[in-house]
Design a protein around this ligand. Sequence first.
Ligand SMILES: NC(=O)c1ccc[n+]([C@@H]2O[C@H](COP(=O)([O-])OP(=O)(O)OC[C@H]3O[C@@H](n4cnc5c(N)ncnc54)[C@H](OP(=O)(O)O)[C@@H]3O)[C@@H](O)[C@H]2O)c1
Length: 445
Amino acid sequence: MVWDYYNGKVLFVTGGSGFIGTALLWRLLSQSSPERVYVLCRGGYAKAEEKWSSMLPPSTAKILTDSQLLTVLDGELGNTATMDLPEETLQMLKGTVHIVIHAACSVQLQNSLRELSYSVMAPSLCLTKYALKFPNLERFVFFSTAYANAHLWQTSKSSDVRVDERIYPLSTESEDYYQSALDSWRAVQSTGSSDEYDAHDFPWPYAYAKHLTERLVLQQVSERNKLDKVLIIRPSVIGPADKLPYPGYATSQGTPSTACAAAYMLHPGRQITLASRCEKPGQEATIDEVPVDVVVDRVLVHVAMGTSGLVHAVSGEQSRLSVDEWWHAFKKERRIPWNAKLAWTAGDWHSPNLHQMARRFKIIGTSFAFSEQKTVQVAEKLQGQKGNLMLFADRSLPYSLHLRRHHIHHMAIQHAKSNKWPACYAKVFCRKGKSLAQLDKQVKA
Ligand SMILES: NC(=O)c1ccc[n+]([C@@H]2O[C@H](COP(=O)([O-])OP(=O)(O)OC[C@H]3O[C@@H](n4cnc5c(N)ncnc54)[C@H](OP(=O)(O)O)[C@@H]3O)[C@@H](O)[C@H]2O)c1
């Protein structure tokens, strides 16, 4: 069974105090008994505890804060493999770890490629090289994004672009994408860009940074004949948990469509301008939002089942939303009825005329059909043993934003502040959600 795989294993997890990492550790420690889980966190245990306690109600946070199996290491990823850890800790990790889960990342869509080379690419590459030296290494997991291939929207004419669980080379299909990754990495380090980046229209430098890092990670593992050990997870737009650690679990920053809802909530005009090339954008443009607990279960199941290569953690064709469905749910959340409409233009995703959220997220108005073939296959293998695993998003109930009211409210305050509007706008327009203390009572009940 899936959870048995983790019993007695030693794991090293980065980003374990972040949105996904916290949910992942909670699920792992609720279901299995690893020998030890080392969690890298800048600021050490005090910072990790503070973050867990800010995201989870006390009774839920206990699984992490009271765990005897978890050790927080005070360190930071950078452009060397030392992570600011003492040499003896590095040797201990090297000698004991079976599974590395690398979820730490600076999720700054707009940062320049040069900045991302320091905050995303170099740290991931250093960690990969270090982990590949572990004699007991069974699995290495790297978190990428499904939008690493979002440039395909601009090269395709389709209004629904299919993306498979594979690498899409950036020159020709037959290019040696390991070699091109090394060449491009050298170029990014010396000039802050690369020919292949300049030749494609990625929505954000971050998407290309993940595309290049995927190839660099694969190049490293292939050079050492360890391709079977690497798993690259590509989540789409992550949304609040359907069920675990509790329904609605989220962070304000971690769920992009919450930020959109907050900004639309305070929009002063009657029109929100978005771009799409779809003929009927409301129905044809889609949002692939996947609950964080589905992402976590996909990671833990694929690791346990030995899947290697690229895996999408998405809602997929079955469960993604049309923009109209999302808009319908959004309108129910505004306290004061309001007749704002979505105004679609045929312009492109960089157009300065779009609403600021569309300019920031770019992919609003697109549609991607992300394949989930590898998870379908794993689910078939697990027939009868699926238990409470959440491998697919459940859309049996109408889509709703009500579980994230608290975060919409919080983001609306931030949005008001950044626009120099009174913070009370948030109170006027947004419904009030449940605080962690209220949730705690609910969890205990
Ligand atoms: N959220 C999404 O919608 C989404 C979608 C697709 C893919 N992803 C990917 O999923 C992964 C996890 O995302 P998330 O939403 O959980 O992000 P998150 O909430 O921002 O968490 C990121 C974590 O990484 C840590 N971190 C960042 N840089 C670090 C460094 N140099 N050294 C050590 N720790 C560092 C942060 O620690 P501090 O607290 O110290 O900053 C934080 O704990 C990322 O790789 C992200 O690209 C996320």
